[in-house]
Design a protein around this ligand. Structure first.
Ligand code: 15L
Length: 268
């Protein structure tokens, strides 16, 4: 059962892959779900508000955050690419979001961080939630910055954040790497619900993954969040092996946890 813990939750990135999946699920967590993205994505449905905003626009973000009591932040750029758009949406954007949260008294944020914060750890390693960042590109760097911004706003202003280092949240694992990194949409919603409802969140890091037999991440240090995955990539394993070839161990995408992201770019 999902606990309706909040009156009004803001979800940014509502038109993105995960935003679209979480839209209906998150309605169980609040009386009103405020949805935002940078471009129009349709009308509000019952129980929703729609408010568009560019994350780099501080005034628009302030108006967006006014009146909500928690934020689920999926907005911004979610893949590796050139620095300038990442600077605007993920770096300026995250500061704008926390400044708005401070001004309007928002107490809790669920930040969609990414496994690319630690993408340069090896696939033969298991790391915990306290592993030092080893970003694998501009995107991973921007998420590491976002985690630091969240930590500063907790230390200075007491705004609690879960930095969810999401693995690969797709309908099913697309390749052998994702057997380790996969998280079902329902588990993502369970994890967000846990972050929104645990009594004391503080500033926390947790890896967003299902209960996969092969894993590179140990969430033991985030047990206070109370996330219990109920799905597993294991049911897809035979099919994934059947349609993919054996990994080339000399390929950086196979050596490092970030997969193909570790060798994207340079972009000019
Ligand atoms: C991410 O952070 C991306 O948003 C997503 O599209 C996937 O590429 C995922 O990481 C992954 O590492 O599989």
């Amino acid at each position: 059962m999902t606990i309706q813990s909040h009156e009004r939750i803001l979800m940014t990135g509502a038109a993105g892959n995960l935003g679209r999946e979480m839209r209906d699920r998150l309605k169980a967590n609040c009386a009103v779900l405020r949805l935002s993205d940078r471009q129009a994505f349709g009308e509000a449905r019952p129980g929703e508000e729609v408010q568009l905003a560019e994350l780099a626009d501080a005034q628009a973000v302030s108006a967006l955050v006014q009146g909500v009591d928690a934020i689920v932040h999926f907005g911004g750029i979610s893949v590796e690419g050139p620095f300038d758009p990442i600077l605007a949406a993920n770096i300026v954007g995250i500061v704008n979001l926390y400044e708005a949260a401070r001004k309007h008294g928002v107490r809790r944020v669920v930040f969609a961080s990414s496994n690319h914060v630690t993408g340069f750890y090896r696939q033969s390693e298991t790391i915990g939630v306290d592993a030092a960042p080893r970003p694998d590109g501009f995107y991973g760097l921007s998420k590491a910055f976002g985690e630091d911004v969240a930590r500063f706003y907790f230390d200075r202003y007491g705004i609690e954040t879960a930095c969810v280092r999401i693995g690969s949240s797709f309908p099913e694992p697309r390749d052998r790497r994702m057997l380790a990194t996969w998280m079902s949409f329902d588990d993502l919603h369970r994890l967000i619900t846990a972050c929104l409802t645990t009594p004391v969140l503080g500033w926390s890091v947790i890896y967003g993954m299902s209960d996969n037999a092969v894993t590179w991440w140990d969430n033991t240090g985030a047990r206070h969040i109370g996330y219990k995955p109920q799905d597993s990539s294991d049911v897809f394993r035979d099919a994934v092996y059947a349609r993919t070839s054996a990994p080339d161990l000399a390929d950086p995408a196979v050596q490092f946890q970030g997969g193909a992201f570790v060798s994207m770019g340079p972009f000019e």
